[in-house]
Every structure is written in C-alpha cells, then in structure tokens.
Design a protein around this ligand. Structure first.
Ligand SMILES: Nc1ncnc2c1ncn2[C@@H]1O[C@H](COP(=O)(O)OP(=O)(O)OP(=O)(O)O)[C@@H](O)[C@H]1O
Length: 227
C-alpha cells in the first residue's frame, strides 16, 4: 500500500507560563493512501494535537512529518502553507463557518486564497456541484445562521473539499449530531473515500471507529494500539 503521510518520532510539548504539557510523546506511524483511519482515546490524550500536526497546522516540537515523500520540517512557512492547502481539507469540531455569510460564500473562501485565481464562473459551477454532492443545493443562498447542525456539517464538508484535497481531516465529524444525521454525514465522507480520498477522523463513537480500516488508540500522548 502506498504511504501518503509518515509520522516519525513526533513530539509536541505545549508551554503555558511555567507549565509544560507533553501532548504527543514520541509517535511514529504511517497513513496509507485511500484509507479511512480513526484516532481514538480519552479526552485530553492528544487527538486534536495529532490531527493538527498531521495537517501541518501545528509544528511538532521534534520529529518529522513526511508527506508524499517530502520532509516537511525542512520547509519554510510558505512551502508548508502550500502543502497544507494542496493536500488537506479540514473539518473542525464546531464547523468554523461564518454565520452571517451564505452557504455559497462560506464554501467560496478557500477558492479566494489559491495561488492561481479561480474565475467566478468556475467557482459558481464548482460550488453548485459540491452542494449537489452533499445534498444541500437548495440552500446555496441561505445564511449559515439559519441552518441546522447537519446542514452546517454539510457546508463544512463542501468547504473542506472545494480545493480537491487528497486527505480529509475530520475532528469528531458526527460528535454534535443526532445518530441519523451523523450517519448521513458519514455516508458523504465514505463516498469521498470511495473516490480515493484518504480520511483521518477523530471519534469517541466506538461503532464509527470500528467501521474504519484502522484505529489508532492514544493514551497520554502515546499510541497504545493500532488495530
Ligand atoms: N494550545 C495549547 N496550549 C497548551 N496546552 C494545550 C494546547 N492544546 C492542547 N493542550 C493540552 O494538550 C493535551 C492534549 O490536548 P488535545 O486537545 O490534543 O486532546 P484531545 O484528545 O483532542 O482532547 P478532547 O477529546 O477533549 O478534544 C491536553 O492536556 C491539553 O490541555
């Protein structure tokens, strides 16, 4: 199987005043292209920190991340940002949508920050296709503040994939949703895996974790088991 991300002896220590927290303690593992991988473990064990390190949002204190055979620690910030935008779509826990913007405007945001400008007509077409894919085309001009939790999560997914990233990171994608809506959201994410995307998700839901190809179990910043 092809390796898309390699984490090598990754450590992350947070410093707050005089306090040190070793959030990630010497972790090494591979992520395979096209897999659905769960990160599980109790609150505070380092799941979000690990996802942020993999997604090039947080720099590890030591160790290395290799993406598509490139060592990220040797990159300058500009190159890191380029890799972040090229490879990753991120669905964060509270969706991080702009309430006063419409669905269309929220999804358009990543397209306004690409290195090559995407023309307006192309943006329209792309966003409308994505909304059809996530089943929300009728809400294209609705403000996000008027949407339900499940609808917001669909917008967050559409925004995460609008740049066609290879890897989708999702921090508890079903966490705040009722079980039926959660299943609908997972169907959308599973369809993306079917299309060849790699999905790495954090979850507290055992059933969801077991539905993944592999689970990485964390405790106190260390991997206890990969199953
Ligand atoms: N920015 C930060 N500054 C200082 N400490 C932090 C920071 N972010 C996380 N931590 C600490 O690092 C540890 C791991 O946090 P992290 O959010 O990665 O855990 P988690 O497993 O995702 O937790 P949860 O399931 O509750 O979201 C915790 O002890 C947390 O308090």
């Amino acid at each position: 199987m092809e390796v898309i991300i390699k984490a090598m002896e990754v450590k992350k220590e947070y410093l707050t005043g005089k306090n040190k927290t070793l959030a990630i303690n010497n972790i090494s593992f591979d992520v395979f292209k096209g897999e659905k991988l769960a990160i599980t473990g109790p609150s505070g064990c380092g799941k979000t920190t690990l996802l942020n390190i993999l997604g090039l949002i947080v720099k590890p204190t030591s160790g290395n991340i290799i993406i598509d055979s490139k060592e990220i620690s040797s990159f300058k910030e500009r190159e890191r940002a380029r890799y972040r935008n090229k490879y990753f779509g991120y669905i964060v826990q509270d969706f991080a949508l702009i309430e006063e913007f419409t669905v269309y405007e929220n999804i358009e945001i990543p397209l306004l920050y690409t290195s090559e400008k995407v023309p307006r007509s192309r943006r329209r077409k792309l966003i409308s296709e994505l909304l059809t894919q996530v089943g929300l085309e009728v809400k294209i001009n609705e403000k996000v503040k008027n949407l339900s939790g499940g609808q917001r999560q669909r917008v967050a997914i559409a925004r995460a994939i609008v740049n066609d990233p290879e890897i989708i990171l999702a921090d508890e994608p079903t966490g705040s949703l009722d079980s039926k809506t959660g299943e609908e959201i997972m169907t959308i994410l599973d369809n993306l895996v079917q299309l060849g995307k790699t999905l790495i998700l954090i979850t507290h839901d055992n059933g969801l974790a077991q539905s993944c190809d592999r689970q990485i179990k964390l405790l106190d910043g260390k991997i206890t088991e990969i199953i």
